[in-house]
Design a protein around this ligand. Structure first.
Ligand code: FAD
Length: 427
């Protein structure tokens, strides 16, 4: 009879969420198995990190490796109107919260592989090119079926499961089918990596550049000395109206914007275009008695404020803290602990969600782009844009006030509207 391998913690997925969870589990001496369906390095979109991720990576012990990996330092972000007439620079060192001065833009293939190797070095057992097919839970133990590339299957057992399997629905449970109601229109992103996209000189060359169109936006993220990740985000409805294939839609939007034409002059794609659509969702319950959803497996809103990888790593840290306490007491998570995990993540995500709403509304976006933000609100907003979604009092009142002004702007004109017309069409 085959014996079943037993683990304390089984982690599904080797993205930033899964690898950080495995690293934190090892730091608690748990026998840890991480299962990843792909061979690494593998492509992933989501290259812009937030400064609040640094402390988490420091706590895993991977930070010095990240610093030595040659990633592009990121000191802030630049928001630009598509005709180039209005710009707003967010500089992280002007944040109200100390220690959020900078982070990195990363090529995810390299970043994810580095974090996975780090978890392995800490003693996590890692199975690559292995897919989790099912998890059967009962009597304080999960029986997990794994499938290798040759179709071979194996069953292992674990007291705890961390589902960090991302957005890919390779492993769907009943729990994952129940979603919060959608609050925004369905959006899509068309993206690729490019060589030759123009950058600002000096430190600002590492910024994420967001080019805001009247009905969408572009990200430009430098991922190494030469290459820049660029993507167009628009609604599925706009895409259908345009009746253009995604790549043509991308180039048409570049052509229509004076700013993008300038940045793209002489640039060429280094890989084929990719499309991700309808990526906004949040699962209703994020924890069961001995299973926690981490990162994109729990939910994802929108890439605009680069919160995805940070949320994955932060929820990984939180999930291991929670299960460690319960495990040491020889029990699963209480209903209260499960609810508090779900609420903690949704509250954190809720802060980004409000910023996202403000960004997508043309009227409130005009407030965001204002050059003079009164009452010293901007350093508070900068902290949140740097990822500090934990709203301490100095951040809380600034955020609430800013949010209120944005709401008022929907009815009264507090900030002047932005003029999206292109120079050649402005008349
Ligand atoms: C268009 C777009 C742009 C984005 N831009 C940014 C950005 O600039 N900055 C940012 O921080 N975030 C960004 N994001 C979000 C970011 O991509 C994700 O939030 C982040 O990758 C989530 O990390 P994760 O570890 O939760 O999941 P993932 O990185 O998706 O990792 C999940 C892993 O699980 C594996 N897996 C899946 N199913 C199984 C299974 N059954 N068995 C074994 N393994 C499995 C997958 O192969 C994968 O490696 C963007 C997202 C989109 C859609």
């Amino acid at each position: 009879m085959n014996s079943v391998s037993e683990y304390d913690v089984l982690v599904i997925g080797g993205g930033p969420g899964g690898s950080c969870a495995a690293a934190f589990a090892r730091k608690q001496n748990f026998r840890t198995l991480l299962v990843e369906k792909c061979a690494f390095p593998r492509f992933r979109i989501g290259e812009s990190m937030l400064p609040t991720s640094n402390a988490i990576l420091r706590a895993t012990g991977a930070w010095s490796k990240i610093q030595a990996a040659g990633f592009v330092p990121k000191h802030g972000a630049l928001f630009v109107l598509s005709n180039g007439t209005v710009t707003k620079e967010v500089i992280f060192s002007e944040s109200l919260v100390p220690g959020l001065d900078s982070t990195y833009q990363v090529e995810r293939a390299k970043f994810d592989a580095l974090l996975l190797d780090h978890a392995r070095e800490l003693g996590a057992e890692v199975r690559m090119e292995t897919t989790v097919r099912s998890v059967e839970s009962g009597a304080g133990l999960h029986r997990v079926t794994l499938e290798g590339t040759a179709g071979t299957t194996e069953t292992v057992s674990a007291r705890w499961v961390i589902d960090a399997s991302g957005r890919d629905n390779f492993f769907v449970t009943e729990q994952k089918q129940a979603l919060d109601p959608a609050t925004s229109p369905k959006r899509m992103a068309v993206y690729s990596h490019f060589r030759g996209v123009k950058r600002a000189p000096g430190r600002a060359g590492g910024h994420t550049v967001v080019v805001r169109l009247e009905d969408g936006w572009f990200w430009l993220i430098p991922i190494d000395e030469e290459r820049t990740s660029v993507g167009l985000v628009t609604t599925l409805a706009a895409m259908q109206r345009a009746k253009l294939p995604p790549e043509e839609l991308f180039w048409a939007a570049v052509k229509a914007s004076a700013k993008l034409r300038e940045l793209f002059d002489g640039a060429e794609a280094t890989m084929s275009f990719r499309v991700t659509s309808d990526y906004t969702y949040f699962r209703r319950q994020l924890a069961q008695e001995r299973l926690l959803l981490v990162g994109d497996a729990a939910g994802f809103f929108d890439p605009i404020f680069s919160s995805g990888a940070y949320m994955s790593m932060w929820s990984a840290q939180l999930s291991i803290e929670l299960l460690t306490r319960a495990d040491r007491a020889g029990r699963g998570l209480t209903p209260r602990e499960r609810a508090s995990y779900t609420n903690a993540i949704k509250n954190h995500a809720g802060v980004f969600r409000r910023l996202i709403e403000i960004f997508y509304n043309n009227r409130s976006f005009a407030v965001f782009m204002s050059q003079e933000v009164p009452w010293n609100m901007m350093p508070g907003l900068t902290s949140i844009v740097a990822g500090h979604a934990k709203l301490t009092w100095p951040l809380w009142w600034r955020f609430k006030l800013f949010s209120l002004i944005c709401r008022l702007q929907l009815r009264f004109q507090i900030a002047a509207p932005l003029d999206y017309r292109q120079p050649d069409a402005a008349g």
